[in-house]
Design a protein around this ligand. Structure first.
Ligand SMILES: CC(C)(COP(=O)(O)OP(=O)(O)OC[C@H]1O[C@@H](n2cnc3c(N)ncnc32)[C@H](O)[C@@H]1OP(=O)(O)O)[C@@H](O)C(=O)NCCC(=O)NCCS
Length: 178
């Protein structure tokens, strides 16, 4: 965990990693809005490389994704459908505490539980002395990968999202508000 109390060196390392993650996610270059309000978690591999990054921020509310029936078909077809559809969410705010602003794992190391482990670490360390429940976490404008991951991690496709209106990613359609 790196916070503003840490040495400047670490903050510049984190800023560099964030820029790289933003490039990968298709975000335009944006400075971290309020570094003191964010917590960054890095997953360092055995060979001392940054293999994962999670940036979390304090939020007050999230909006529940509205489930759409997935058509019958093979596992591959279902994943394809999930990847292509735009997601819809409720306009009803629900209380939430922690927003996942970015979550990223190095492409060669995906599907090995790294993102899940980073979220476990986040839940243990985001608020001192308390363990966040899955219900208190929301995902910022999820990508197709993010949606599949969050659905698995939260155990439901109706997880909480936030920050979708001001999204700046170039690869995705705007979500539909229902
Ligand atoms: C989303 C992301 C962070 C997931 O990281 P990860 O380390 O691969 O995730 P985990 O290994 O912890 O995944 C746990 C489970 O989530 C589901 N899942 C994760 N990624 C998935 C994918 N691309 N397709 C289908 N299911 C997926 C699976 O059920 C997986 O369990 P399994 O591998 O045993 O089947 C990673 O794909 C990534 O960095 N993508 C690019 C950046 C991005 O889109 N970030 C999301 C922003 S919202």
């Amino acid at each position: 965990t790196v916070t503003v109390r840490d040495k400047k060196h670490w903050l510049s390392v984190v800023e560099e990693i964030r820029e790289m993650v933003d490039n990968d996610l298709g975000f335009q270059q944006v400075e971290t809005k309020c570094p003191s309000q964010t917590k960054t978690f890095l997953f360092i591999s055995n060979d001392k490389k940054v293999a994962g990054c999670l940036i979390a921020e304090h939020i007050q509310e999230g909006y529940r994704v509205i489930e759409e029936a997935v058509p019958e078909g093979s596992e591959g077809e279902k994943v394809m459908f999930e990847r292509q559809r735009a997601w819809c969410c409720s306009t009803n705010p629900e209380p939430a505490l922690c927003g996942i602003s970015r979550i990223w794992v190095f492409s060669m190391m995906r599907r090995r539980g790294i993102a899940s482990r980073m979220i476990e670490c986040l839940r243990n360390n985001f608020i001192y002395g308390s363990y966040l429940s899955k219900e208190e976490i929301a995902f910022s404008d999820p990508t197709p990968d993010g949606k599949l991951f969050a659905t698995h991690y939260c155990g439901t496709s109706q997880f909480l999202v936030y920050n979708f209106v001001s999204g700046t990613r170039s690869d995705q359609q705007s979500p539909n508000l229902v």
